[in-house]
Design a protein around this ligand. Structure first.
Ligand code: ZN
Length: 408
C-alpha cells in the first residue's frame, strides 16, 4: 500500500482538500486520490533513480580508488622457480604490459606484439626473434601444465630494451652503463702452497693460475677492469687476497680453485657462496681450502683469535650474498649448458675469502684433481681455455643483467 492512500490527504503542496457538498466532495476525493497516487508514484521513481545514481557513483569512486592504489601495471607478477631460475607466466606479463599474444599449437611458436614490434619465441628454447633479429635468452622459455613461463631476465634482456629504452640523457658517454666495472679474479694457493695435487702430479696452484689469467684477459677484452690477486706463482695469504679486493673497492670477487677428494669418483664444477646452511662436505672443503693457506701463512692471524673461526657467518651484507648467489647461478648455467660439464650446483661454504670480502663473492671449484678423468682434462690448455671462456661469459651475463637492476 502506498503512503498516499490515506483518506485524510494532504497535497504535495500541503493544501487541505476544499470543502463542498458530500457528493462533490466524494467526486473530488476520488479524482484527487488518483492524482496523488500518480504524484507519489512519480516521487518514488524519482527517489529510486536518485538512489541508483548515488549507488553507481559510490561504486565508481570505490573502483577508482582501487585503481589509484594498485594500478595494474604495478601489480607484482606471480613468479615460479624452476631449477633455481625465476620465471613468470607469459599471459600475466602480456596483460600487464599490454602485449597481444598468439600461440600456434602446431608449430609451438609464440608471437608477442605491441606497437608494431614483434617478439617470437618457443618453449624450451633460448633463441628469441626480436623484429626478425636473433637474440639469446640466458634461460629457456618453459612450459609447465600448459602455462608458458618466461625467465625473469626476459624483461631486462628483451622487453625493456625494446619498449622502455633508457633516455640517452641519463647515460654516461663512453662504455655502456654497468655497475660492475672492477672485478677481482683470485687464483687460489700459489708459491709454497700447491693446493690439491692430482695423481699425475698436476698442481691446483698451476691450473687455477692459468684459468684465472685467461678469465682476466677475456674480461679485459670486454672492457672490464680486472685485478688479479696473483699473476705469478707466489704465495698470497688469504688475508692479503681479501685486502686487495676491499682496498680496490671491487664490484665482484671470483676465487678460482680446483677440488680434491678421497672419493676418486667425485667430479664436476661447483660454485660456492657464503652461507649459513652448509653440509658437512662443504664445511670440510672450506676447512681444507682455508687451512691449506692459513697453516702456511707467516702471520698468526687465526691463532690470535679463536673467535674468528667461530664467527664465520655474521657481519655479512645480505644483499652481497644474494647477488653472489645470482652470480653463482649464472656461472653454473654457462658451464653446464655450453661446456657440457657436470655441475654440482650452487653451494654454501664458510670460505675465508667469501666471508671477509665486502662485495658479492663466489668461489669456483673448476673440477676434481682427484678424479683421473678430470685431472686429464684440466691438464689440457685447450680445456682450461674453454673453462675460462665460460666463466668469463657467465660473469659478463651477470653484469649485463645487472644493468637493468641499476637502471630502476
Ligand atoms: Zn683450493
Amino acid at each position: 500500500m502506498l503512503r498516499g492512500d490515506t483518506p485524510n490527504l494532504r497535497g504535495p503542496e500541503g493544501q487541505e482538500a476544499p470543502m463542498g457538498s458530500e457528493r462533490s466532495e466524494r467526486r473530488f476525493d476520488s479524482a484527487h486520490l488518483h492524482q496523488f497516487k500518480m504524484q507519489n508514484l512519480k516521487l518514488k521513481i524519482k527517489n529510486f533513480s536518485f538512489c541508483l545514481i548515488i549507488l553507481i557513483f559510490v561504486f565508481w569512486v570505490l573502483n577508482l580508488s582501487g585503481c589509484a592504489t594498485l594500478p595494474p601495471t604495478q601489480k607484482a607478477l606471480p613468479t615460479y622457480s624452476l631449477n633455481g631460475t625465476k620465471y613468470f607466466p607469459l599471459i600475466s606479463f602480456c596483460e600487464q604490459e599490454g602485449l597481444t599474444w598468439d600461440y600456434d599449437i602446431f608449430t609451438k611458436v609464440i608471437t608477442l606484439e605491441k606497437n608494431s614490434q614483434k617478439i617470437i619465441l618457443r618453449p624450451k628454447e633460448t633463441i628469441v626473434l626480436v623484429n626478425g633479429s636473433e637474440k639469446n635468452l640466458h634461460f629457456p622459455v618453459e612450459i609447465r601444465q600448459g602455462i608458458v613461463l618466461l625467465p625473469l631476465s626476459f624483461k631486462a634482456q628483451i622487453f625493456d630494451p625494446l619498449f622502455k629504452p633508457v633516455s640517452v640523457g641519463r647515460l654516461p658517454a663512453g662504455p655502456p652503463l654497468c655497475k660492475i666495472r672492477k672485478i677481482v679474479i683470485d687464483a687460489g694457493h700459489g708459491g709454497k702452497d700447491p693446493g690439491a695435487i692430482g695423481r699425475t702430479g698436476l698442481r691446483e696452484k698451476d691450473v687455477v693460475l692459468d684459468i684465472a689469467r685467461k678469465v682476466a684477459r677475456r674480461l679485459e677484452k670486454a672492457g672490464k677492469e680486472v685485478i688479479l690477486t696473483r699473476s705469478t706463482d707466489v704465495f698470497v695469504s688469504l688475508e692479503r687476497r681479501v685486502e686487495i679486493a676491499n682496498r680496490n673497492n671491487a664490484d665482484i670477487f671470483v676465487s678460482i680453485h680446483a677440488n680434491a677428494n678421497r672419493a676418486r669418483s667425485l667430479s664436476g664444477f661447483e660454485v660456492y657462496c657464503l652461507s649459513n646452511s652448509v653440509d658437512d662436505f662443504s664445511r670440510a672443503l672450506a676447512f681444507a681450502e682455508n687451512n691449506n693457506s692459513l697453516n702456511l701463512e707467516d702471520t698468526s692471524f687465526y691463532n690470535s683469535s679463536s673467535d674468528l673461526k667461530a664467527i664465520v657467518w655474521d657481519m655479512v651484507n645480505t644483499s652481497n650474498r644474494q647477488e653472489a648467489q645470482e652470480l653463482a647461478r649464472y656461472l653454473c648455467r654457462r658451464i653446464s649448458s655450453e661446456l657440457g660439464v657436470k655441475t654440482n650446483g650452487t653451494k654454501g661454504g664458510p670460505f675465508y675469502v667469501l666471508k671477509w670480502t665486502q662485495m658479492p663473492a663466489v668461489l669456483i671449484e673448476v673440477g676434481y684433481l682427484s678424479n683421473p678423468a678430470e685431472e686429464k682434462m684440466l691438464n689440457s690448455g685447450l680445456y682450461r681455455q674453454q673453462i675460462a671462456e665460460h666463466i668469463a661469459a657467465g660473469i659478463l651475463d651477470y653484469c649485463q643483467d645487472f644493468i637493468s637492476v641499476v637502471k630502476k
